[in-house]
Design a protein around this ligand. Structure first.
Ligand SMILES: *Cc1c(COP(=O)(O)O)cnc(C)c1O
Length: 357
């Protein structure tokens, strides 16, 4: 069975080395030495001043919304994983959907501005498939209208814009370290920010909002454990090699697929790409379903991603049309992409896909 992604696992001995340390210390969680070491190594790797290793890529979005004091409308993208919209709803804010750009499926700054009202407090944008949002235009809009910016960078670990980590932009950036992502800690997440006062708040919120016997604010449990940090410490040094391996597989897909008959997202200028996913956008949903079924026949599981367009989630209170996102969500299929994906599988996938184009 070939799935859309396969988690990288380090040599078992490396992980066991960390486990031996945990057994010696009998210190399992609550900001332990491995969590602190991972945070230090992440700071060096990403060149970011304030960052916190957290439980997952969803809780960090919720903590971000809380730390920025948001309570009203957040303009967001319909083309993302459901967690980005759920975090807004879970924090009792209102998602307002701005449609995406037709060439890279990230939120369209031109669609944001007309949606800004007196209730708008922030923009929550997702870097899609590792392709970065229109960062400059979004920052300009935020400045002009005095809005906060949160980037959901769950797909963008290792990606850069203008030579800086994708996760260094916005008031707050978040990342997911889930087992399926470019860098993983089994489950895990990251929240980053440039402002020290916001970093303090996030730190407080991560562990219930109190410091010892000093109960300061309403927090949550956003912590992660020594076991998860250990996986991160094993995996972080190989991230550049993993991205390089992804790049080679990307090139093989590019060379073999009949790209004139399908659409691929355009990588924006000044992006250092991380090759997180290999989506193809077919001419119709019918064509997508045909290709998906043909691949599943030979035990290859591509995935509809992102699907559905989040403005169409059934439990939203209002209907907000986003025609581009709705259209792309029906036609986008992510093909298998991971660092040790075999060449023969890529060739097989390409032969099958091409035969339906
Ligand atoms: C994976 C993902 C998340 C959620 O991350 P978890 O660590 O699984 O909670 C959020 N947003 C996007 C865009 C994602 O791809």
């Amino acid at each position: 069975m070939i799935n859309i992604t396969k988690s990288y696992l380090p040599p078992l001995e490396e992980y066991v080395k960390h486990l031996e340390g945990i057994w010696e210390r009998v210190y399992l969680t609550n900001n332990g030495p491995l969590v602190q070491q991972l945070e230090k190594e992440l700071k060096d790797y990403l060149d970011i001043k304030n960052l916190l290793f957290c439980g997952n890529g969803t809780i960090v979005l919720q903590m971000a919304i809380k730390a920025l004091g948001l309570t009203k409308e957040i303009i967001t993208t319909p083309f993302s994983y459901c967690a980005s919209t759920h975090a807004i709803l879970w924090e009792n804010c209102t998602p307002v959907f701005a449609d995406v750009r037709a060439d890279d499926y990230t939120i369209d700054p031109l669609k944001i501005e007309p949606l800004i009202t007196e209730h708008t407090e922030a923009i929550l944008a997702t870097h899609v498939y590792g392709n970065l949002c229109q960062i400059d235009a979004i920052e300009a809009l935020a400045k002009k209208h005095n809005l906060k910016v949160i980037y959901d960078g769950a797909h963008s670990f290792g990606a850069t814009y203008k030579g800086k980590s994708a996760l260094s932009y916005g008031d707050i950036s978040t990342c997911s370290f889930h087992a399926t992502k470019v860098f993983h800690t089994i489950e895990g997440g990251l929240v980053t920010c440039n402002d020290d006062a916001i970093a303090d708040k996030l730190n407080l919120y991560r562990s219930f909002g109190h410091r010892f016997d000093d109960y300061i604010d309403m927090g949550i449990n956003g912590k992660n454990s020594e076991f998860h940090a250990a996986m991160g410490l094993c995996n972080l040094p190989v991230v550049p090699a993993l991205i390089e391996a992804r790049k080679e597989r990307f090139a093989r897909y590019d060379a073999q697929l009949d790209l004139s008959k399908l659409q691929r997202p355009v990588i924006q200028p000044e992006t250092g790409y991380n090759y997180a996913y290999y989506p193809i956008v077919l001419e119709s949903e019918a064509k997508l379903l045909e290709i998906k079924a043909a691949l599943e026949q030979v035990k290859i599981n591509p995935r509809r991603y992102f699907y559905p367009s989040l403005n169409t989630l059934p439990f939203l209170k209002t209907t907000q049309p986003c025609p581009i996102s709705e259209d792309i969500a029906l036609r986008a299929l992510c093909l298998p992409m991971y660092p040790d994906l075999e060449e023969e599988v890529i060739d097989q996938v390409c032969t099958i896909v091409n035969s339906y184009l």
